[in-house]
Design a protein around this ligand. Structure first.
Ligand SMILES: [Zn+2]
Length: 197
């Protein structure tokens, strides 16, 4: 099921977030897409009761794969001819999707992180440790739930940068996410388990 939907969303990790949204484990999801990818995503969202709000700007990202975690990229005008990515904010609540777009637009990382369901400790860690020169602090993985070292291979359970590998709140989120993924797609859950352990 997750693999099948990845042809719409472009990766299994992105599909997982949509599954979590549909299961009410997440209130808002933020993902980056190029214009040509958006048509089928918009159609899926419409059919599944998900509101989609698209950013008013585009982002040039040097390394696409890190887009969701750290690299904020360079913001460019949506009329700019360069091939930038749009952020989309997805939620069952139109208000929350709009609010997330607004927080991002005004660079309010704290409220954006809170709305995306990231633990407070991790949001603060992110705000204090990420800068333009340091977009990817390294953490040594100690458990599968917070292991984000395989995200470029499309294997990861959480969508935020944990403040530590043992962050209790992040572990709790990762565990819950794995349970939900296992309930809809056992083979994907096994794939994650094997890759992240
Ligand atoms: Zn934390």
């Amino acid at each position: 099921m997750i693999k099948k939907l990845s042809y719409i969303f472009g990766s299994k990790t992105k599909v997982q977030e949509i599954v979590l949204l549909l299961h009410n484990a997440k209130e808002v999801v933020r993902q980056g897409f190029y214009q040509h990818e958006l048509e089928k995503i918009e159609k899926f969202c419409e059919e599944n009761g998900i509101h989609l709000v698209k950013s008013e700007f585009k982002v040039l990202i040097s390394d696409e794969e890190t887009g969701n975690y750290s690299n904020k990229g360079i913001r460019i005008d949506k009329k700019d001819k360069r091939e930038g990515m749009y952020f989309v904010y997805l939620s069952k609540s139109e208000q929350k999707a709009l609010l997330a777009a607004y927080y991002e637009l005004i660079n309010n990382d704290k409220d954006l992180g809170r709305l995306l369901g990231y633990p407070q400790c991790c949001v603060e860690f992110f705000c204090n440790n990420f800068s333009e020169d340091n977009t990817n602090p390294k953490l040594t993985p100690t458990n599968l739930f917070t292991n984000i070292s395989k995200r470029e291979e499309d294997n990861v359970l959480i969508s935020h940068f944990p403040c530590s590998s043992d962050c209790i709140r992040s572990v709790k989120i990762g565990k819950k996410n794995l349970e939900i993924i296992a309930s809809v797609d056992g083979s994907r859950a096994r794939e994650l388990f094997n890759s992240l352990n």
